[in-house]
Design a protein around this ligand. Sequence first.
Ligand code: SAM
Ligand code: SF4
Length: 333
Amino acid sequence: MSPPVLYDNHHRPITYVRLAVTDRCNLRCFYCMPEEGISYLPKNQLLTYEEMLRLVTLLARMGITKVRITGGEPFVRRDLMPFLERIAKITGIQTLTLTTNGVLTAPYVPQLAQIGIHSVNLSIDSLDRQRFACITRRDELPRVMQTLYSLLQHNIPTKLNVVVMEGKNTDDIVPMAAFTREHPVEVRFIEEMPFNGTGALAPTLTWNYRKILATLQAAYPDIEKMPDEPFSTAVNYRIPGFKGSIGIIAAFSRTFCGTCNRIRITAKGMLKTCLYDQGVLNIRDLLRACPHDDAPVERALRQAFGQRPKDGFEAERHRNTSATTESMSTIGG
Ligand code: SAM
Ligand code: SF4
Protein backbone atom coordinates (compact mmCIF):
# COMPACT_ATOMS: atom_id res chain seq x y z
CA MET A 1 0.00 0.00 0.00
CA SER A 2 1.46 3.40 -0.88
CA PRO A 3 1.86 5.79 2.06
CA PRO A 4 -0.47 8.76 2.53
CA VAL A 5 0.90 12.03 1.19
CA LEU A 6 1.44 14.77 3.71
CA TYR A 7 1.21 18.33 2.32
CA ASP A 8 2.07 21.70 3.79
CA ASN A 9 0.06 24.91 3.36
CA HIS A 10 1.91 25.63 0.09
CA HIS A 11 0.93 22.23 -1.30
CA ARG A 12 4.48 20.92 -1.02
CA PRO A 13 4.64 17.24 -0.07
CA ILE A 14 6.54 16.59 3.17
CA THR A 15 8.31 13.26 2.87
CA TYR A 16 11.69 13.73 4.51
CA VAL A 17 12.80 14.21 8.12
CA ARG A 18 16.30 15.09 9.28
CA LEU A 19 16.77 13.87 12.79
CA ALA A 20 19.63 15.17 14.96
CA VAL A 21 20.55 12.49 17.48
CA THR A 22 22.97 14.71 19.41
CA ASP A 23 24.24 18.28 19.55
CA ARG A 24 27.74 17.09 20.53
CA CYS A 25 30.68 16.89 18.21
CA ASN A 26 34.29 15.79 18.14
CA LEU A 27 35.32 18.42 15.56
CA ARG A 28 35.14 22.20 15.76
CA CYS A 29 34.49 23.24 12.15
CA PHE A 30 34.80 26.98 12.33
CA TYR A 31 31.69 27.57 10.17
CA CYS A 32 29.63 25.48 12.62
CA MET A 33 31.00 26.02 16.14
CA PRO A 34 33.35 28.32 18.01
CA GLU A 35 36.70 26.88 19.03
CA GLU A 36 35.65 26.45 22.65
CA GLY A 37 32.57 24.51 21.53
CA ILE A 38 28.95 25.30 22.40
CA SER A 39 27.18 24.63 25.66
CA TYR A 40 25.82 21.16 25.14
CA LEU A 41 22.37 20.11 26.28
CA PRO A 42 22.08 18.10 29.48
CA LYS A 43 21.21 14.47 28.70
CA ASN A 44 17.64 14.69 30.01
CA GLN A 45 16.88 17.40 27.45
CA LEU A 46 17.83 15.18 24.53
CA LEU A 47 15.23 12.98 22.91
CA THR A 48 15.84 9.39 23.97
CA TYR A 49 16.19 6.72 21.29
CA GLU A 50 12.79 5.36 22.32
CA GLU A 51 11.23 8.81 21.86
CA MET A 52 12.86 9.16 18.44
CA LEU A 53 11.60 5.74 17.38
CA ARG A 54 8.10 6.63 18.52
CA LEU A 55 8.25 9.93 16.64
CA VAL A 56 9.59 8.45 13.40
CA THR A 57 6.98 5.68 13.54
CA LEU A 58 4.28 8.35 13.84
CA LEU A 59 5.79 10.46 11.05
CA ALA A 60 6.00 7.38 8.82
CA ARG A 61 2.29 6.72 9.42
CA MET A 62 1.62 10.33 8.41
CA GLY A 63 3.58 10.05 5.13
CA ILE A 64 7.29 10.52 5.83
CA THR A 65 9.32 8.00 3.80
CA LYS A 66 12.90 9.21 4.23
CA VAL A 67 15.00 9.75 7.35
CA ARG A 68 18.44 11.34 7.57
CA ILE A 69 20.32 10.87 10.82
CA THR A 70 22.50 13.84 11.62
CA GLY A 71 23.75 15.92 14.55
CA GLY A 72 26.21 17.11 15.96
CA GLU A 73 28.21 14.06 15.11
CA PRO A 74 25.88 11.04 15.19
CA PHE A 75 28.66 8.60 16.12
CA VAL A 76 29.51 10.39 19.36
CA ARG A 77 26.15 9.21 20.73
CA ARG A 78 26.49 5.80 22.31
CA ASP A 79 24.67 2.81 20.78
CA LEU A 80 23.91 4.55 17.50
CA MET A 81 24.08 1.35 15.41
CA PRO A 82 21.32 -0.59 17.22
CA PHE A 83 19.17 2.55 16.93
CA LEU A 84 19.81 2.80 13.17
CA GLU A 85 18.89 -0.86 12.78
CA ARG A 86 15.55 -0.20 14.43
CA ILE A 87 14.87 2.97 12.39
CA ALA A 88 15.59 1.02 9.19
CA LYS A 89 12.86 -1.46 10.11
CA ILE A 90 10.07 1.08 10.69
CA THR A 91 7.19 0.38 8.32
CA GLY A 92 6.97 3.10 5.69
CA ILE A 93 10.59 4.26 5.95
CA GLN A 94 11.95 3.52 2.50
CA THR A 95 15.18 5.50 2.69
CA LEU A 96 17.60 5.81 5.59
CA THR A 97 20.60 8.09 5.18
CA LEU A 98 23.26 9.53 7.43
CA THR A 99 25.46 12.62 7.59
CA THR A 100 28.75 12.17 9.42
CA ASN A 101 32.14 13.81 9.75
CA GLY A 102 33.71 10.36 9.34
CA VAL A 103 36.13 10.53 12.28
CA LEU A 104 34.60 7.59 14.18
CA THR A 105 32.63 6.05 11.32
CA ALA A 106 35.01 3.62 9.57
CA PRO A 107 34.54 0.66 11.96
CA TYR A 108 30.75 0.86 11.48
CA VAL A 109 30.73 0.89 7.68
CA PRO A 110 30.23 -2.89 7.26
CA GLN A 111 27.22 -2.71 9.61
CA LEU A 112 25.86 0.31 7.74
CA ALA A 113 26.02 -1.75 4.55
CA GLN A 114 24.34 -4.65 6.32
CA ILE A 115 21.34 -2.61 7.48
CA GLY A 116 20.94 -1.32 3.93
CA ILE A 117 21.77 2.34 4.50
CA HIS A 118 20.74 4.12 1.31
CA SER A 119 23.60 6.63 1.22
CA VAL A 120 26.06 8.48 3.43
CA ASN A 121 27.00 12.14 3.29
CA LEU A 122 30.56 12.60 4.47
CA SER A 123 31.71 16.09 5.37
CA ILE A 124 35.15 16.79 4.02
CA ASP A 125 36.01 20.38 3.27
CA SER A 126 39.54 19.80 2.02
CA LEU A 127 41.71 16.95 0.78
CA ASP A 128 44.74 18.81 2.10
CA ARG A 129 45.61 17.71 5.63
CA GLN A 130 46.71 21.14 6.83
CA ARG A 131 43.72 22.98 5.43
CA PHE A 132 41.40 20.30 6.79
CA ALA A 133 42.94 20.71 10.26
CA CYS A 134 42.67 24.48 10.04
CA ILE A 135 38.96 24.32 9.12
CA THR A 136 37.92 21.62 11.59
CA ARG A 137 40.48 22.56 14.28
CA ARG A 138 41.39 18.86 14.55
CA ASP A 139 43.97 16.83 12.60
CA GLU A 140 41.61 14.04 11.58
CA LEU A 141 41.79 13.86 7.78
CA PRO A 142 43.42 10.37 7.76
CA ARG A 143 40.53 8.82 9.72
CA VAL A 144 37.98 10.58 7.51
CA MET A 145 39.70 9.23 4.40
CA GLN A 146 39.63 5.74 5.91
CA THR A 147 35.86 6.11 6.24
CA LEU A 148 35.59 7.36 2.68
CA TYR A 149 37.50 4.43 1.20
CA SER A 150 35.58 1.96 3.33
CA LEU A 151 32.26 3.41 2.12
CA LEU A 152 33.43 3.02 -1.48
CA GLN A 153 34.65 -0.50 -0.82
CA HIS A 154 31.23 -1.43 0.55
CA ASN A 155 29.46 0.18 -2.42
CA ILE A 156 27.53 2.60 -0.23
CA PRO A 157 26.51 5.60 -2.36
CA THR A 158 28.56 8.47 -0.96
CA LYS A 159 28.24 12.23 -1.19
CA LEU A 160 31.04 14.50 -0.03
CA ASN A 161 29.83 17.72 1.60
CA VAL A 162 32.17 20.66 1.05
CA VAL A 163 31.25 24.02 2.57
CA VAL A 164 32.93 26.65 0.41
CA MET A 165 34.56 29.38 2.46
CA GLU A 166 36.31 32.54 1.41
CA GLY A 167 39.97 32.44 2.43
CA LYS A 168 39.80 28.82 3.63
CA ASN A 169 39.23 26.23 0.95
CA THR A 170 38.39 27.86 -2.35
CA ASP A 171 41.64 26.36 -3.68
CA ASP A 172 40.04 22.96 -3.00
CA ILE A 173 37.15 23.40 -5.43
CA VAL A 174 39.05 22.14 -8.47
CA PRO A 175 40.90 19.28 -6.68
CA MET A 176 37.61 18.16 -5.15
CA ALA A 177 35.99 18.12 -8.60
CA ALA A 178 39.07 16.25 -9.90
CA PHE A 179 38.45 13.60 -7.24
CA THR A 180 35.32 12.58 -9.17
CA ARG A 181 37.50 11.50 -12.11
CA GLU A 182 38.38 8.16 -10.51
CA HIS A 183 35.84 7.92 -7.68
CA PRO A 184 32.10 7.36 -8.06
CA VAL A 185 31.13 9.97 -5.47
CA GLU A 186 28.99 13.08 -5.66
CA VAL A 187 30.94 16.10 -4.45
CA ARG A 188 28.52 18.75 -3.20
CA PHE A 189 29.71 22.31 -2.83
CA ILE A 190 27.58 24.08 -0.22
CA GLU A 191 27.24 27.83 0.31
CA GLU A 192 28.23 28.82 3.83
CA MET A 193 25.26 29.68 6.06
CA PRO A 194 25.29 31.91 9.15
CA PHE A 195 24.98 29.03 11.63
CA ASN A 196 28.39 29.06 13.25
CA GLY A 197 27.29 29.41 16.84
CA THR A 198 28.58 32.96 17.17
CA GLY A 199 26.28 35.05 15.02
CA ALA A 200 29.35 36.53 13.33
CA LEU A 201 29.46 36.32 9.55
CA ALA A 202 30.17 38.76 6.77
CA PRO A 203 26.82 40.22 5.64
CA THR A 204 27.41 39.20 2.04
CA LEU A 205 28.39 35.81 0.80
CA THR A 206 31.31 36.03 -1.61
CA TRP A 207 31.31 32.38 -2.63
CA ASN A 208 27.76 31.93 -3.81
CA TYR A 209 26.58 29.19 -6.15
CA ARG A 210 27.31 31.30 -9.23
CA LYS A 211 30.92 31.87 -8.29
CA ILE A 212 31.40 28.19 -7.44
CA LEU A 213 30.00 27.19 -10.83
CA ALA A 214 32.13 29.78 -12.65
CA THR A 215 35.24 28.36 -10.96
CA LEU A 216 34.32 24.86 -12.07
CA GLN A 217 33.53 26.02 -15.60
CA ALA A 218 36.88 27.79 -15.87
CA ALA A 219 38.71 24.58 -14.93
CA TYR A 220 36.40 22.22 -16.82
CA PRO A 221 34.81 24.04 -19.79
CA ASP A 222 33.01 20.83 -20.82
CA ILE A 223 31.23 20.44 -17.46
CA GLU A 224 27.60 19.63 -18.21
CA LYS A 225 24.29 19.92 -16.39
CA MET A 226 22.65 16.68 -15.25
CA PRO A 227 18.97 16.18 -14.55
CA ASP A 228 18.18 16.83 -10.86
CA GLU A 229 16.22 14.41 -8.72
CA PRO A 230 12.82 15.65 -7.56
CA PHE A 231 13.15 17.81 -4.38
CA SER A 232 16.92 17.97 -4.82
CA THR A 233 18.60 20.90 -3.09
CA ALA A 234 21.67 20.35 -5.25
CA VAL A 235 21.93 21.43 -8.86
CA ASN A 236 23.91 18.64 -10.46
CA TYR A 237 26.72 18.54 -13.01
CA ARG A 238 29.20 16.07 -14.41
CA ILE A 239 32.46 16.25 -16.23
CA PRO A 240 32.41 13.93 -19.27
CA GLY A 241 34.45 10.78 -18.65
CA PHE A 242 34.53 11.20 -14.87
CA LYS A 243 33.06 8.46 -12.64
CA GLY A 244 31.46 10.77 -10.10
CA SER A 245 29.38 13.92 -10.25
CA ILE A 246 29.20 17.39 -8.75
CA GLY A 247 26.38 19.21 -6.98
CA ILE A 248 26.08 22.85 -5.94
CA ILE A 249 23.78 23.69 -3.04
CA ALA A 250 22.62 27.29 -2.75
CA ALA A 251 22.00 26.91 0.98
CA PHE A 252 22.34 30.63 1.69
CA SER A 253 20.84 31.95 -1.57
CA ARG A 254 17.90 29.59 -1.01
CA THR A 255 16.91 28.89 -4.58
CA PHE A 256 15.20 25.58 -3.80
CA CYS A 257 12.55 26.47 -1.20
CA GLY A 258 9.71 26.10 -3.70
CA THR A 259 10.10 22.32 -3.69
CA CYS A 260 11.24 21.82 -0.10
CA ASN A 261 9.98 18.47 1.20
CA ARG A 262 11.92 18.33 4.47
CA ILE A 263 11.46 19.00 8.14
CA ARG A 264 14.01 18.86 10.95
CA ILE A 265 13.92 17.56 14.48
CA THR A 266 16.67 18.99 16.67
CA ALA A 267 18.46 16.96 19.32
CA LYS A 268 16.20 18.42 22.01
CA GLY A 269 13.09 17.59 20.02
CA MET A 270 12.18 20.96 18.48
CA LEU A 271 10.43 20.76 15.13
CA LYS A 272 11.83 23.05 12.47
CA THR A 273 9.72 23.25 9.34
CA CYS A 274 12.45 25.41 7.76
CA LEU A 275 16.18 25.47 8.41
CA TYR A 276 15.96 29.22 8.95
CA ASP A 277 13.15 29.17 11.55
CA GLN A 278 13.80 29.16 15.28
CA GLY A 279 11.93 25.94 16.00
CA VAL A 280 8.15 25.93 15.86
CA LEU A 281 7.05 23.09 18.14
CA ASN A 282 8.47 21.41 21.23
CA ILE A 283 7.74 17.78 20.34
CA ARG A 284 9.80 16.39 23.21
CA ASP A 285 7.52 17.92 25.84
CA LEU A 286 4.44 16.77 23.95
CA LEU A 287 5.74 13.20 23.70
CA ARG A 288 6.51 13.21 27.41
CA ALA A 289 3.14 14.73 28.33
CA CYS A 290 1.22 12.00 26.49
CA PRO A 291 3.34 8.86 26.74
CA HIS A 292 0.57 6.51 25.56
CA ASP A 293 -1.33 8.65 23.08
CA ASP A 294 0.07 9.85 19.75
CA ALA A 295 -3.08 11.70 18.73
CA PRO A 296 -2.19 15.06 20.35
CA VAL A 297 1.32 14.86 18.90
CA GLU A 298 -0.06 14.16 15.44
CA ARG A 299 -2.52 17.07 15.73
CA ALA A 300 0.23 19.49 16.75
CA LEU A 301 2.48 18.29 13.92
CA ARG A 302 -0.27 18.72 11.34
CA GLN A 303 -0.97 22.21 12.63
CA ALA A 304 2.71 23.13 12.31
CA PHE A 305 2.89 21.70 8.77
CA GLY A 306 -0.11 23.86 7.91
CA GLN A 307 1.79 27.02 8.88
CA ARG A 308 5.07 26.53 7.08
CA PRO A 309 6.82 29.64 5.79
CA LYS A 310 6.95 29.73 2.02
CA ASP A 311 10.73 30.06 2.00
CA GLY A 312 13.81 30.57 4.14
CA PHE A 313 13.56 34.35 3.86
CA GLU A 314 10.05 34.38 5.31
CA ALA A 315 11.17 32.00 8.07
CA GLU A 316 14.06 34.32 8.89
CA ARG A 317 11.74 37.36 9.07
CA HIS A 318 9.55 35.49 11.58
CA ARG A 319 12.41 34.85 14.00
CA ASN A 320 12.10 36.91 17.13
CA THR A 321 15.78 37.80 17.17
CA SER A 322 17.55 39.16 14.15
CA ALA A 323 20.95 37.61 15.02
CA THR A 324 21.38 34.00 14.04
CA THR A 325 23.47 32.59 16.86
CA GLU A 326 22.72 28.89 16.59
CA SER A 327 25.30 26.33 15.64
CA MET A 328 24.47 23.92 12.83
CA SER A 329 25.35 21.25 15.38
CA THR A 330 22.39 22.29 17.55
CA ILE A 331 20.07 22.70 14.59
CA GLY A 332 20.93 19.38 13.02
CA GLY A 333 22.53 19.99 9.63
N1 SAM B 1 28.74 16.25 12.15
C1 SAM B 1 28.20 15.77 10.94
C2 SAM B 1 28.94 16.30 9.76
O1 SAM B 1 29.68 17.27 9.87
O2 SAM B 1 28.75 15.72 8.69
C3 SAM B 1 26.70 16.02 10.79
C4 SAM B 1 26.19 17.34 11.25
S1 SAM B 1 26.75 18.75 10.32
C5 SAM B 1 25.95 20.04 11.17
C6 SAM B 1 25.82 18.52 8.81
C7 SAM B 1 26.31 19.29 7.62
O3 SAM B 1 26.10 20.67 7.85
C8 SAM B 1 27.80 19.12 7.34
O4 SAM B 1 27.99 18.69 6.02
C9 SAM B 1 28.36 20.51 7.52
O5 SAM B 1 29.41 20.75 6.64
C10 SAM B 1 27.16 21.38 7.24
N2 SAM B 1 27.27 22.68 7.88
C11 SAM B 1 27.53 22.96 9.17
N3 SAM B 1 27.56 24.29 9.39
C12 SAM B 1 27.32 24.87 8.20
C13 SAM B 1 27.24 26.22 7.78
N4 SAM B 1 27.42 27.24 8.61
N5 SAM B 1 26.98 26.47 6.48
C14 SAM B 1 26.79 25.42 5.61
N6 SAM B 1 26.85 24.13 5.95
C15 SAM B 1 27.12 23.86 7.23
FE1 SF4 C 1 30.85 18.87 14.05
FE2 SF4 C 1 29.61 18.50 11.75
FE3 SF4 C 1 29.57 20.88 12.98
FE4 SF4 C 1 31.84 20.05 11.95
S1 SF4 C 1 29.95 20.48 10.81
S2 SF4 C 1 31.58 20.94 14.01
S3 SF4 C 1 31.71 17.90 12.24
S4 SF4 C 1 28.63 19.04 13.68
